[in-house]
Design a protein around this ligand. Structure first.
Ligand SMILES: Nc1nc2c(ncn2[C@@H]2O[C@H](COP(=O)(O)OP(=O)(O)O)[C@@H](O)[C@H]2O)c(=O)[nH]1
Ligand SMILES: [Mg+2]
Length: 365
């Protein structure tokens, strides 16, 4: 179903504004039927020049970009981990995410109340982080109780898990995230299985006001950057308000305003690209008749698994993959010419897909 990025943050920081802007990016909804069912989920396209070039070469009538799922998770307030506000439902949503986009308020407006009075990026981030840590702690407590019971006379693995859980619990209990816990590879694998909220990768998104756009680095962005750098997380600043308006405009008008504001690229595209890279995703392309399509998979995905992304039958009945790097195809001039030259390689199921590969799957049903 694709990779899920969840918008989290305090109420009134601009999550829904950002979400609305993202959901207006053009993508063919019919291909993603579930997107119409859930109002808080947007399918957003990943802009890719290579896809456009490949599509141009084969005179595509249909161009389907790779996509990310963005989920607008209802606002988090103090006490959410104890069930306040939307509490547990909210937390359950986060558990399903591959990546969190932590939105921080960077705009000031007397009309929009701030949940705790003044905007203070560092404190706001801390509130959200703390709620997630508390939720993880109560999860770990339950887990520890269970392990405790089975650990009596239990196997070595159970004892090891118990030891690890205790260490992790102490770590979180000092206000740190599971992300920042350093353990062995084996320990990390166990922790990953726990699906803790604070082990999700995070990108900080500072939602700045229009008047901040002209500044080199607004104060809030700087404050968030310092925090983020310390934990190795990326930061992006975006004016969600303006992005939404830009998205609605005809291209010419949009270009005019982007120049006025000194924007080289739509912030939405920068954000999606960043999320894509941060998730460790690569793109492969398929051509079917007159359709050129891009697919997002994790780095290291094999040809057979990649086939499964396109269709379950293709993975089950996988025979081989014919592969050509996108630039090689462009250089050849056409698909027919590439075939004639014999530059399509035949690869087996264990072939590791590369970013920019064009793949033709051979399979039996
Ligand atoms: N002045 C100003 N208001 C904004 C900006 N971004 C969002 N808002 C307003 O802030 C309020 C809360 O935004 P919303 O997206 O609903 O926040 P959420 O609670 O995080 O989903 C709304 O009234 C928005 O119109 C901005 O950049 N500048
Ligand atoms: Mg909202």
């Amino acid at each position: 179903m694709g990779f899920k990025c969840g918008l989290v943050g305090l109420p009134n920081v601009g999550k829904s504004t950002l979400f609305t802007a993202l959901s207006s990016l053009p993508v063919e909804r019919a291909k993603f039927p579930f997107s119409t069912v859930e109002p808080n989920r947007a399918i957003v396209p990943v802009k890719d020049e290579r896809l456009l070039k490949v599509a141009g070469l084969i005179s595509s009538q249909e161009i389907t970009p790779a996509t990310l799922n963005i989920v607008d998770i209802a606002g988090l307030i103090k006490g959410a981990s104890k069930g306040e506000g939307l509490g547990n439902r909210f937390l359950a949503h986060i558990r399903e995410m591959d990546l969190l986009l932590h939105v921080v308020r960077g705009f000031s407006s007397p009309d929009v109340p701030h949940i705790s009075g003044e905007t203070d990026a560092a404190r706001d981030i801390e509130i959200v982080k703390l709620e997630l840590i508390l939720a993880d702690l109560s999860f770990l407590e339950k887990r520890l109780e269970k392990v405790h019971r089975t650990a009596k006379g239990g196997s070595r693995e159970v004892l090891e898990e118990k030891e690890l859980l205790v260490k992790l619990y102490d770590h979180l209990n000092t206000g740190r995230t599971a992300r920042s816990f350093s353990g062995s590879d084996n320990e990390k694998a166990i922790i990953e299985n726990l699906q803790l909220l604070t082990s999700k990768p995070v990108i900080y998104v500072v939602n700045i006001g229009e008047e901040e756009l002209a500044k080199k680095e607004p104060e809030t962005v700087k404050a968030v950057r310092m925090l983020a750098e310390a934990e190795g997380a990326p930061v992006i600043s975006i004016c969600a308000f303006l992005e939404g308006e830009l998205e609605e405009m005809p291209e010419e008008e949009r270009n005019f305003y982007m120049e006025e504001y000194g924007l080289q690229e739509m912030g939405l595209n920068r954000l999606i690209k960043l999320g894509y890279d941060f998730l460790g995703l690569i793109t492969f392309f398929t051509i079917k008749g007159k359709e050129a399509r891009a697919w997002a998979v994790k780095k290291g995905t094999t040809a057979r698994k990649g086939a499964g992304k396109v269709h379950g039958d293709m993975e089950r009945g996988f025979i081989a993959a014919e592969v050509i790097f996108w630039e090689e195809l462009l250089n050849a001039g056409s698909l027919a010419a590439a075939k004639e030259k014999g530059i399509l390689r035949l690869e087996g199921r264990e072939y590791v897909l590369k970013d920019g590969d064009i793949v033709f799957f051979r399979f039996k049903v």
